[in-house]
Design a protein around this ligand. Structure first.
Ligand SMILES: *Cc1c(COP(=O)(O)O)cnc(C)c1O
Length: 424
């Protein structure tokens, strides 16, 4: 037993969240043995309670059919309300500011429709270079939708330092430089490739200083790091529930619209009947009267079967609490970095910044020797039962997640990484 293995056992024994691991069905490796699952930043594992939640919907469908819209514990008409309190806690929002609906990219388009209102002078959108493709597609197509040119209206900011980390001051400098030509800033809460946590408070203040609006893609942030969207005065945010939030493949996504917008009459939006005030929705009149708050951005009768697993997942997050999750996440990360330094030495460069404020659950590990070797290392690691993911050209992402990852898993995963580095 190595010193790290012993230390991991002690840390696991003292872990106040250890009992939550049993709430999940954790995936198996290709050979059927239990895997070390470090890929919850891509698709979270299944909460055991998800089976019951889906079964409950099926039972209500079979026994109540159309009456299920109005009867029972969670009538389908207001089913999405089940999640408001938990989502508000996770995002630092008021309940009226958050809604589970659609999927991430759809929500991004809906909110860009409301928040991107280019004029001949103020028409630019600032994003990070190398943004998640869907986000870039969304903003580029919105620019075209408004009959503008992407090369004139899109600003993509690359990191100014060689380590690939975005400095908040640099981003703010770019925001200031765009000044009154800037209509909108769209940035990630956590960058998907290097796992960097961005400074939402300062970036939001900077965007507002130049008169721009700011939205955040929280795909990798929600359920990972504490968020405070309301107090930071973020204009809007979108996220998915299938990554850290463990709500299943293609789970319904989420959206935040700050109260100061959600109740204002001025903001344009694309509308559908599910956003119409429930009190008068079924009078089926031609005029649209928005439900107050984020709920008013809903379009359609939602997919209840895809919403159901959120209940099982969010219950676990509520039980854990972000304070405890964050403390364990930091400890897992610190431990992982020490084991990597000891076992993998100069073969691995950690791209994720090391200061606590800038790191979440994810470690992005660059295989220094390059793509071909790196791919072999990754495949070998998978064969050894460690599930992470590969990002071109040379990055292995591993995400120790405090709800189900043990310190012993981190120790074993890094030992196997060292083995893979030696074998590949
Ligand atoms: C995962 C992810 C998405 C995925 O979008 P979907 O619409 O859910 O397919 C988009 N943006 C970012 C930054 C992501 O990490």
């Amino acid at each position: 037993m190595t010193d790290f293995t012993q230390e991991a056992l002690v840390l696991d024994a003292g872990d106040p969240l250890a009992f939550l691991r049993d709430r999940f069905e954790l995936p198996l490796a290709a050979d059927g043995s239990p895997a070390i699952y470090l890929c919850g930043n891509s698709l979270g594992p299944m909460p055991k309670g998800a089976r019951d939640e889906i079964a409950a919907v099926l039972t209500r469908w079979s026994t109540l059919a159309v009456r299920g819209h109005h009867e029972g514990d969670y009538p389908w008409l207001v089913y999405h309300k089940r999640f408001s309190a938990s989502l508000a806690r996770l995002t630092g929002a008021h309940e009226s500011e958050v809604v589970a609906m659609n999927t991430l990219t759809v929500n991004l388009h809906l909110l860009l429709a409301s928040f991107y209102e280019p004029t001949s002078h103020r028409h630019r959108i600032l994003i990070e270079e190398g943004a998640f493709p869907s986000d870039r597609h969304a903003v580029a197509s919105q620019i075209l939708w408004h009959n503008r040119r992407v090369d004139e209206s899109l600003i993509e900011v690359s990191p100014s330092t060689l380590d690939g980390v975005w400095q908040t001051d640099d981003l703010i400098e770019k925001i200031d430089a765009a000044g009154d030509t800037l209509a909108l800033v769209l940035l990630p809460g956590v960058q998907y490739r290097n796992g960097q946590v961005l400074d939402i408070a300062r970036l939001t203040a900077a965007a507002h200083r130049v008169g721009a609006r700011i939205g955040f893609d929280l795909a990798h942030a929600v359920g990972n790091v504490p968020l405070n969207l309301h107090d930071h005065a973020v204009d809007f945010a979108v996220w998915c529930h299938y990554k850290y939030l463990c709500s299943g493949p293609g789970a319904v996504g989420g959206a935040f619209i700050h109260d100061r917008h959600a109740h204002a009459a001025g903001l344009k939006r694309l509308t559908g009947w599910w956003g119409h005030d429930l009190a008068t929705r079924f009078r089926m009149g031609p005029e649209f009267h928005a439900t107050a708050g984020a709920d008013g951005w809903q379009l359609s009768n939602p997919p209840i079967l895809s919403l159901a697993p959120l209940a099982a997942a969010l219950a676990i997050f509520d039980e854990a609490g972000m304070t405890r999750m964050r403390a364990k996440s930091n400890a897992l990360d610190t431990f992982a970095r020490r084991v990597i330094a000891a076992h993998c030495g100069s073969h691995i460069q950690i791209l994720t910044p090391s200061d606590e404020a800038s790191r979440g659950c994810q470690l992005s590990l660059r295989v220094v020797a390059g793509r071909e070797y790196g791919r072999r290392v990754f495949q070998r690691l998978e064969a050894l039962g460690v599930i992470g993911d590969w990002r071109e050209p040379d990055v292995i992402r591993l995400a120790p997640m405090p709800l189900y990852t043990r310190f012993a898993d981190v120790d074993a995963a890094i030992s196997r990484l060292a083995e893979a580095l030696a074998d590949a």
